[in-house]
Design a protein. Structure first.
Length: 463
């Protein structure tokens, strides 16, 4: 906010410069006169702007049309001032900084006022950017939302224009794990021609430039614009994997530099879809994840006791990095295979070798799986075949071993499991993966360490 009790930093610097300037020729005197007039004009504009802002804050807490017009004029004045002060590097830098700040305020002022606009008709007109007259999703908007169908999962994406390019955006986890993908809009038009595959460093978000004609697309909220809590939004997407673009209305519940929390009814299938500002239709966020409710005495009666829904903030200046889409999908495959081997390690570590069998029905990890279920998924591995055969022969009393011989056989199984896991570790390059898989790999590597420790402990106990 501009302080009307003292001139802004730019004006103060110019004033100090004038006081110390030695007028030795007519050119310098003329320059000083121009700057003095500029100072006077800017001070006057500052006072009028401050008065208008104060008046609007008292009435509604928002910017009125007069204040918006003054901000526009302020931008124009500052742009001219930056040009005039070109030879004066320090002053030009200060003017340029104030210009950028004013532009950000202007963007916010021209986008958000409708949230508190008393004119209901104007608000309804803006809402038509998302809704049609019947309250459904407007055709232009629904055709900007993309339905993603893979061989392993389904999700949502959307088209948005950024820097004169049309991009296809979605969540990284929507594509991860799939080997075949179909991308189409609500009208059934399928998109197949894309440019480079890019991932956002630090976010569950990927994008590709679309290299074929696109008629409908969304726009992203400008950088620097922030929305207040309770701002009305809508989540658009393939909720439930039905293949239809549906809308769930809600409000913004919280924001951070990276994400937006909303209370719209986001469910499986909405991942990767847009969260749009209901009145302007501009994209606020990209749906990334839900968090399960917490059940404890500390979360009772709070938002933590409910399912919480989050979206990646779209108007942050994310760092985008290029990778081959085939490479991205191969990362997912390598990570899934790594995790499955870790689960196998846990299963073998959980076995209890007895002369009558090894109790393959024992629970593993968090108790959601049994060792026999994991062995069944990995039944083609020679090590698993050997374990299953040995267990069957012990149970049927076809393999008669002494306790000492049984321990020796099982030590061999444990040793082979440890060697297999260590060889797999050596070829697993988590640090070279894209951000989403790299972040997932952190917990995968820790789980592998824990599984290897259990195997080492079992090996030590059998000596």
């Amino acid at each position: 906010m501009i302080n009307s009790t003292r001139p802004p930093l730019l004006l103060g610097i110019i004033a100090c410069s004038l006081a110390s300037t030695s007028c030795k020729d007519e050119v310098a005197e003329a320059r000083i006169k121009v700057l003095e007039e500029t100072i006077s004009q800017l001070e006057s504009a500052n006072r009028v702007l401050e008065d208008d802002l104060a008046k609007n804050r008292k009435e509604e807490g928002s910017l009125g049309p007069d204040a918006v017009q003054l901000l526009k004029e302020r931008v124009t004045s500052l742009e001219e001032e930056v040009k005039r002060l070109g030879p004066y590097e320090v002053k030009a830098k200060d003017a340029a900084e104030e210009l950028e700040m004013t532009k950000m305020r202007l963007a916010s002022a021209t986008l958000v006022p409708a949230l508190r606009n008393k004119d209901a008709a104007a608000a309804a007109d803006m809402r038509n950017a998302v809704e049609d007259k019947s309250g459904g999703v407007a055709t232009a908007v629904s055709n900007s939302v993309l339905i993603i169908e893979g061989d392993k999962s389904v999700g949502t994406g959307f088209m948005a224009k950024v820097d004169d390019k049309i991009y296809f955006y979605t969540a990284a986890h929507v594509l991860s794990g799939n080997s075949k993908l179909t991308v189409k809009n609500a009208s059934g038009k399928q998109f197949t021609k894309f440019g480079n595959f890019e991932y956002a460093e630090g976010a569950d978000m990927v994008r590709m430039a679309v290299t074929e004609p696109v008629e409908e697309y969304l726009e992203i909220v400008p950088s620097g614009v922030d929305f207040q809590i309770q701002t009305e939004i809508a989540a658009l997407g393939n909720g439930g994997g039905t293949g239809v673009v549906a809308m769930e209305k809600g409000r913004i519940m919280g924001t951070s530099g990276d994400s937006v929390e909303v209370d719209a009814g986001i469910i499986k299938g909405n991942s990767g879809g847009p969260i749009v500002h209901l009145e302007s239709g501009k994209v606020v966020g990209l749906v990334t994840h839900l968090t399960a409710e917490q059940k404890d005495i500390w979360s009772e009666g709070t938002r933590q006791a409910e399912v919480r829904r989050f979206a990646c903030r779209m108007n942050k200046q994310w760092e985008w990095k290029t990778v081959r889409i085939g490479g991205f999908l191969n990362e997912a495959k390598a990570l899934n295979e790594y995790d499955e081997l870790t689960r196998l390690c846990y299963a073998i570590a959980a076995l209890e070798p007895l002369t009558t069998g090894m109790r393959l029905d024992v629970n593993v990890g968090n108790g959601t799986e049994t060792a026999v279920a994991i062995f069944d998924r990995n039944k083609d591995k020679p090590l698993v075949k050997a374990i299953v055969k040995m267990n069957s022969e012990l149970a049927a009393r076809r393999l008669m071993l002494s306790e000492s011989d049984l321990k020796k056989r099982f030590r061999s199984i444990l040793g082979e499991t440890i060697s297999m896991a260590q060889r797999n570790n050596a070829g697993f390059k988590a640090e070279e993966m894209s951000w989403f898989h790299r972040s997932r790999a952190t917990s995968s590597v820790e789980a592998r360490k824990d599984a290897l420790k259990l195997l080492d402990d079992d090996l030590a106990n059998l000596k």
